[in-house]
Design a protein. Sequence first.
Length: 94
Amino acid sequence: MKLDNNHRLISDDYNFILQRRIPPTKKRKERSKEWQNIGYWKDLSQALESYSRRRRREGINGTTLSELIALEHALSAQIEAIGERCVALWGKEG
Protein backbone atom coordinates (compact mmCIF):
# COMPACT_ATOMS: atom_id res chain seq x y z
CA MET A 1 0.00 0.00 0.00
CA LYS A 2 1.38 3.38 -1.02
CA LEU A 3 1.87 5.74 1.91
CA ASP A 4 3.37 8.63 -0.09
CA ASN A 5 5.53 9.00 -3.21
CA ASN A 6 8.58 7.54 -1.48
CA HIS A 7 7.21 5.12 1.13
CA ARG A 8 4.98 2.08 1.06
CA LEU A 9 3.81 -0.62 3.43
CA ILE A 10 3.73 -4.27 2.43
CA SER A 11 3.22 -7.45 4.43
CA ASP A 12 4.28 -11.05 4.47
CA ASP A 13 3.11 -13.96 6.64
CA TYR A 14 4.94 -12.59 9.68
CA ASN A 15 5.50 -8.83 9.40
CA PHE A 16 4.43 -5.47 8.13
CA ILE A 17 7.35 -4.07 6.12
CA LEU A 18 7.99 -0.36 5.66
CA GLN A 19 9.86 0.39 2.44
CA ARG A 20 11.25 3.51 0.84
CA ARG A 21 12.00 4.18 -2.78
CA ILE A 22 15.73 4.05 -3.51
CA PRO A 23 16.76 7.69 -4.06
CA PRO A 24 18.14 8.86 -7.41
CA THR A 25 21.90 8.85 -7.92
CA LYS A 26 24.14 11.03 -10.07
CA LYS A 27 23.98 8.41 -12.83
CA ARG A 28 20.26 7.74 -12.42
CA LYS A 29 18.49 11.06 -11.98
CA GLU A 30 14.93 9.78 -12.44
CA ARG A 31 12.88 8.28 -9.61
CA SER A 32 13.75 4.65 -9.01
CA LYS A 33 11.28 1.80 -9.33
CA GLU A 34 13.28 -0.15 -6.75
CA TRP A 35 12.38 -0.29 -3.05
CA GLN A 36 14.49 -0.74 0.06
CA ASN A 37 13.20 -2.31 3.29
CA ILE A 38 13.69 0.04 6.22
CA GLY A 39 11.90 -1.86 8.97
CA TYR A 40 9.86 -4.88 9.97
CA TRP A 41 7.05 -4.86 12.54
CA LYS A 42 4.66 -7.53 13.78
CA ASP A 43 2.14 -4.88 14.71
CA LEU A 44 0.54 -2.54 12.18
CA SER A 45 0.35 0.35 14.62
CA GLN A 46 4.12 0.10 15.25
CA ALA A 47 4.81 0.23 11.51
CA LEU A 48 2.61 3.32 11.12
CA GLU A 49 4.21 4.98 14.16
CA SER A 50 7.67 4.41 12.66
CA TYR A 51 6.54 5.93 9.36
CA SER A 52 5.09 8.90 11.24
CA ARG A 53 8.35 9.48 13.19
CA ARG A 54 10.36 9.25 9.98
CA ARG A 55 8.16 11.83 8.25
CA ARG A 56 8.39 14.18 11.24
CA ARG A 57 12.19 13.97 11.24
CA GLU A 58 12.32 14.61 7.51
CA GLY A 59 9.94 17.59 7.79
CA ILE A 60 11.60 19.39 10.69
CA ASN A 61 14.64 20.70 8.79
CA GLY A 62 14.27 24.20 7.41
CA THR A 63 10.70 24.80 8.56
CA THR A 64 9.09 27.46 10.68
CA LEU A 65 7.00 26.63 13.74
CA SER A 66 3.76 27.29 11.87
CA GLU A 67 4.88 25.02 9.00
CA LEU A 68 5.79 22.33 11.52
CA ILE A 69 2.37 22.58 13.18
CA ALA A 70 0.68 22.34 9.76
CA LEU A 71 2.85 19.30 8.95
CA GLU A 72 1.83 17.68 12.24
CA HIS A 73 -1.87 18.18 11.50
CA ALA A 74 -1.52 16.92 7.94
CA LEU A 75 0.51 13.92 9.06
CA SER A 76 -2.03 13.01 11.76
CA ALA A 77 -4.83 13.08 9.19
CA GLN A 78 -2.74 11.05 6.75
CA ILE A 79 -1.90 8.40 9.38
CA GLU A 80 -5.57 8.11 10.35
CA ALA A 81 -6.56 7.58 6.69
CA ILE A 82 -3.75 5.04 6.23
CA GLY A 83 -4.92 3.18 9.34
CA GLU A 84 -8.44 2.97 7.93
CA ARG A 85 -7.11 1.61 4.62
CA CYS A 86 -4.96 -0.93 6.48
CA VAL A 87 -7.93 -2.15 8.52
CA ALA A 88 -9.85 -2.55 5.25
CA LEU A 89 -6.96 -4.56 3.74
CA TRP A 90 -5.79 -6.63 6.70
CA GLY A 91 -8.57 -6.43 9.27
CA LYS A 92 -8.57 -4.97 12.74
CA GLU A 93 -5.92 -6.21 15.15
CA GLY A 94 -6.72 -7.97 18.46
